[in-house]
Design a protein around this ligand. Structure first.
Ligand SMILES: C[S@@+](CC[C@H](N)C(=O)[O-])C[C@H]1O[C@@H](n2cnc3c(N)ncnc32)[C@H](O)[C@@H]1O
Length: 330
């Protein structure tokens, strides 16, 4: 059965496809081996139950292709196509490197429209032939909490999806009215690390050099804003459900699942974004105008680790809560 419409190039002839694979994308891709990336298991199971031979799944914000790779492996016998659409040419470039040889994979870049200060909508980056066909399902994993234009994005999904299609959304950064004791919304650990690090600096002489920064409210506010850029404030579940409905969907299921995250692996992930976690330790070009000295970066990483020991009370893992939402066109 033919998956792609005629005259639909799986890999577009665009400059980003020819660029070298970058470090940051390779670093992100290692999360595939992290325990907390088992958050994809439930989504894979849901997609395996929905996709049919010949279906096209649009993996919106598919990044480096971790979900797509697992789907090809775990549901190998069924001939559906996966079209990864992402706003990062670097992540998408790595996805092409890893999966481009599979005839079942397609890739499209969402470009940033500088003058309009927004990302393209699906209708602006998908070939007309694909829009006419419509996709059978849309999935978004670990990404919806990053969408600035959430309503417009969801509305564009509805237009791209067939009437009998389904949307599968999941994220560990959706706020809940009640979080059980000991469970975390994963990005909220960052604020807790920041607060614990301030306590450690105030208590421990080793870090005395950073104490003047703590009382410099202007600098600290600059770093608070920087932290919120790296790790967006968590929005409550109703914020998402209301917009999903307003985009023309009926929410059919909302599930919350605990996912075990190893502290070591979460540290490894966060250490790649240390500037956004504890930028005030040593400073940041984006706040003070100068890069931190290498020794300050070392101290920053040590402090992130020490703060994690404190908030997780020396345990080796913690429970993060993931939210799974399925919705159908009205
Ligand atoms: C944390 S990664 C998750 C990647 C992948 N879905 C996964 O589960 O491994 C978030 C992805 O969302 C993409 N992204 C961020 N904001 C976006 C937006 N507004 N529209 C589309 N993609 C976006 C990023 O480029 C990145 O690939």
């Amino acid at each position: 059965m033919q998956t792609w419409p005629d005259s639909f190039p799986r890999i577009p002839d665009e400059e980003w496809v020819q660029s070298p694979v970058g470090e940051l994308a390779l670093k992100y891709d290692t999360v595939e081996d992290h325990g907390w990336y088992r958050n994809l298991d439930r989504t894979i199971q849901d997609l395996a139950g929905f996709l049919k031979p010949g279906s096209i799944l649009l993996d919106y914000s598919g990044g480096t292709g971790i979900l797509a790779g697992r789907l090809l492996e775990e549901v190998a016998e069924r001939n559906f196509g996966v079209l990864i659409v992402d706003s990062s040419p670097k992540f998408l470039r790595l996805a092409v490197e890893k999966l481009g040889r599979h005839q079942r994979m397609g890739f499209r870049l969402i470009r940033y429209l500088k003058e309009q200060k927004r990302l393209q909508l699906l209708q602006e980056c998908l070939d007309p032939v694909m829009q006419e066909r419509g996709v059978d399902a849309i999935v978004s994993t670990n990404a919806i909490h990053l969408y600035y234009d959430l309503q417009e994005t969801l509305t564009s999904w509805r237009k791209a999806l067939k009437n009998d299609g389904r949307v599968f959304i999941q994220s560990g950064n959706i706020g809940m009215p009640y979080t059980p004791a000991g469970a975390w919304i994963i990005d909220e650990t960052v604020d807790a690390i920041h607060k614990a690090a301030m306590e450690i600096v105030a208590e421990d002489e080793t870090y005395a050099a950073y104490r003047p920064t703590l009382s410099d409210s202007q600098r600290m506010e600059g770093h608070d804003a920087l932290r919120r850029k790296f790790f967006l404030p968590v929005r409550p579940i109703d914020h998402y459900l209301e917009r999903i409905e307003a985009a023309g969907f009926t929410v059919r299921e909302v599930t919350h699942l605990p996912i075990e995250a190893h502290v070591d692996q979460w540290y490894e992930f966060l250490s790649a974004y240390h500037e956004g976690v504890l930028g005030w330790v040593g400073g940041s070009r984006r706040v003070e105008g100068n890069d931190p000295a290498p020794a300050d970066v070392e101290q920053r990483l040590t402090l992130i680790r020490a703060a994690m020991e404190r908030i997780f009370e020396s345990r080796s893992s913690f429970q993060a809560l993931w939210t799974y939402i399925a919705a159908d066109p009205k």
